[in-house]
Design a protein around this ligand. Structure first.
Ligand code: GLA
Ligand code: ZN
Length: 680
């Protein structure tokens, strides 16, 4: 790896900024905001989000005066602008005149204008109105040097059940099944309960009063929502591509989000960005940190390049059950965490705390007192100072030897299936439990789609990959055949892309050959029920699932210690081609996978930038431009961490000193650099 990739190529720097809504404030605040922006060590403002009623107060009557002024002021103050399109919420006139832009819910009720993020993605009127205002914005600001990127809409989410969406869904299926309703019936197994379709126009989206028992249909509806959202985004982007093709576009994504397949959404974006709001201090902060790390890894991996942390709170949010500020120290650490995982920005929601409406108590850089004299402002300043000192890290990439497969289609199919533990299949939790093994050991981990290019990884983990298409199976098989180590688990390869069970033994699509086993039955344990597995004389606790295996030609790594399957294989390993396929048939509480993966990390020569074991609560990540490695140490505990020994002498980017050992204070971090290939 020897390059830099900047999310915003016209501004190859670390970005420090915030969502800024000056249209909510009288003009006399604006100059003060510019002074404060400089004092806060900020260099960017994201403007225009939810500003439609200011920009187009009446249909076709545009007024860009506020935006003209504010972009100019930000530019003069040395800042840059990420400009948003306003489609996340619509002006009242638009909803009033064209009710078709309003969403219809799963009960069939057309919503009123209420809230935001609730437009119909199909409505031709809405698309046309969005396109018209985006066209104006792109023409007017697309070549303004202060503008460095486009923020398309805001947090796309949800689904619409209106007649237009239903029709578009039918068209989507007609195309997918080549106009052949018989093909659809076979793919959906509709003879079951006599639900055979005669025509495409009989198909209704799954909803409160409609068909929800056809799993293939449910899955295609979710795919359709993603497809329709993408086509809505493409319509938003088209004028930008026309008038300012040099400017990159993104949209802000979310935590544990399940409505859209972000792997597909990312394909139409130039870089990924997301809004991160972990619930710090609610329980074990190392767990919260690791889960936040997981999602940073997701967004970096989406485009395999730096992403932006588009929103985060400098202190607290106002929409959780309990809204607690981040502890002093953790505020900066949690911001930098994003950068350590590949973000080229720290951005906040929001700059100036709104005075009224639902977010008036949300954390912000500038509070209602309007000064720079607050604790939160000082911490934002400090974060900005660190970002400046590590500016050379901007654009650098993340070298990850390990990848974890995350698949939204698999999540949808798993959640929809009736069986196993009915209520909560714990897909994300299971992914987190594998990710934690690498987080605790300071090893970079990518999180990728099942069809991702895997050849660059030494180790790939595919937890609970229940839905496995032929293409995925081939991708996994090729990875192992070429020498990779693949780690699969219970439920792997159960259904195909139409949610039809694989026949002839699972894991299906030939994966049973790769793993050298056939999965036979699965015992879903009751809550509180525990089984055990023996690995080299050590007993590990198992919960939730114990699958029984028929061995083909795999080697048994460990067996069940109890249950009717006592002494039968619980974890196996199989040599296949030049690689290995490990199969974990049971869900463990952590220690079993840790022990097995630890051995494989050793075998594969995968280690962190620190010698020995990292202390509890401390982790380590890195980025590189090919020539230099940038190493980050993070302590998520409110206690000082024991000294750790770096693998070689490194330069501390904050102090300029050369260091070999590092003792982190509570919520402390270290930012180091060394030249690769240089003799330690
Ligand atoms: C989301 C939205 C913002 C704001 C914040 C509050 O991320 O994008 O507009 O509502 O939440 O935390
Ligand atoms: Zn609709």
């Amino acid at each position: 790896m020897s390059e830099k990739k900047y999310p915003c190529p016209s501004f190859p720097h670390m970005i420090h900024g915030a969502d800024y809504n000056p249209e909510q404030w009288p003009q006399e605040y604006w100059d003060r905001d510019m002074e404060l922006m400089q004092q806060a060590n900020c260099n960017e403002m994201t403007v225009g989000i939810f500003a439609w009623s200011t920009l187009e107060p009446r249909e076709g009557e545009y007024d860009f005066s506020y935006l003209d002024t504010i972009i100019e002021k930000i530019g003069e103050a040395g800042g840059k602008v990420i400009l948003a399109t306003p489609s996340g919420a619509r002006p009242r006139w638009l909803a009033e005149k064209y009710p078709e832009v309003l969403r219809v819910d799963a009960q069939g009720n057309r919503e009123h204008i209420r809230g935001r993020h609730n437009h119909c993605p199909t409505s031709p009127v809405y698309r046309q109105k969005v396109r018209a205002i985006n066209e104006q914005l792109a023409r007017r600001y697309g070549n303004n040097p202060t503008v460095i990127a486009w923020h398309i809409s805001n947090e796309y989410s949800g689904q619409c059940h209106c007649p237009l969406c239903q029709k578009a869904f039918q068209e989507y299926l007609k195309e997918k099944f080549h106009g052949d309703i018989g093909e659809l019936n076979r793919a959906y197994w509709t003879t079951f309960w006599s639900h055979t379709y005669d025509r495409f126009d009989q198909i209704e989206p799954p909803g409160a009063l409609t068909e929800t028992g056809i799993h293939g249909l449910n899955l295609d509806w979710k795919r359709f929502i993603t497809r329709q959202t993408i086509s809505f985004i493409e319509n938003e982007i088209a004028p930008i591509r026309e008038h300012c093709p040099h400017l990159p576009v993104t949209t802000n994504m979310m935590y544990e989000f399940t409505d859209l397949d972000y792997h597909k959404v990312a394909q139409v974006l130039d870089f990924a960005s997301w809004d991160s709001y972990p619930e710090w201090h609610n329980g074990d902060d190392t767990v919260i940190a690791q889960r936040a790390a997981f999602w940073h890894d997701v967004y970096r991996s989406l485009k395999q390049k730096p992403f932006l942390l588009m929103e985060s709170t400098p202190s607290l949010v106002n929409w959780k059950p309990y809204n607690k500020p981040k502890a002093p120290g953790l505020d900066t650490l949690s911001s930098l965490q994003a950068v350590f995982h590949g973000s080229d920005s720290v951005q906040y929601f929001q700059w100036r705390k709104s005075r009224g409406s639902s977010e008036k108590l949300h954390g912000s850089v500038v509070g209602h007192d309007g000064t720079a004299d607050t604790r939160v402002f000082a911490s934002v300043q400090r974060t900005g100072d660190v970002l400046r000192k590590m500016d050379r890290v901007a654009g650098t990439l993340t070298d990850a030897p390990v990848a974890l497969i995350l698949d939204w289609e698999n999540l949808w199919a798993l959640d929809d299936c009736q069986g196993y533990a009915q209520k909560d299949k714990k897909y994300f939790e299971t992914l987190y439990s594998y990710h934690r093994v690498f987080w605790e050991r300071g090893i970079n981990c990518d999180i990728v789609a099942p069809d991702a290019e895997l050849s660059g990884y030494k180790l790939v983990i595919a937890p609970m990959l229940y839905l496995t298409s032929q293409a995925t199976a081939e991708n996994l098989r090729a990875f192992v055949a070429a020498g990779g180590t693949l780690y699969g688990t219970y439920m792997l390869g159960t259904v195909d892309e139409n949610d039809l069970c694989h026949l002839g033994g699972i894991p299906g699509c030939g994966l049973n050959e790769v793993f050298g086993i056939t999965a036979e039955e699965i015992d879903t344990l009751y809550p509180g029920e525990v089984r055990h597995a023996d690995l080299g004389g050590k007993c590990h606790r198992l919960v939730d699932y114990c699958e029984t295996l028929r061995l083909r030609d795999a080697q048994v790594l460990c067996s069940y210690a109890d249950g009717y399957y006592k002494d039968t294989p619980a974890v196996t390993c199989h040599s296949f081609g030049a690689g290995h396929a490990i199969y974990q048939a049971c869900r463990d509480e952590g220690s079993l996978k840790e022990e097995i993966l630890e051995q494989w990390l050793y075998k594969l020569g995968i280690h962190s930038e620190v010698l020995g074991t990292l202390p509890h609560g401390v982790t380590c990540h890195s980025r590189t431009d090919g020539r230099f490695a940038y190493v980050f140490l993070e302590n998520y505990l409110d206690q000082a961490a024991p000294t750790v020994q770096l693998r070689q002498p490194m330069t501390d980017l904050i102090t300029g000193e050369t260091v070999e050992r590092c003792a982190l204070p509570p919520y402390g971090y270290g930012i180091f650099q060394y030249e690769k290939g240089a003799k330690p």
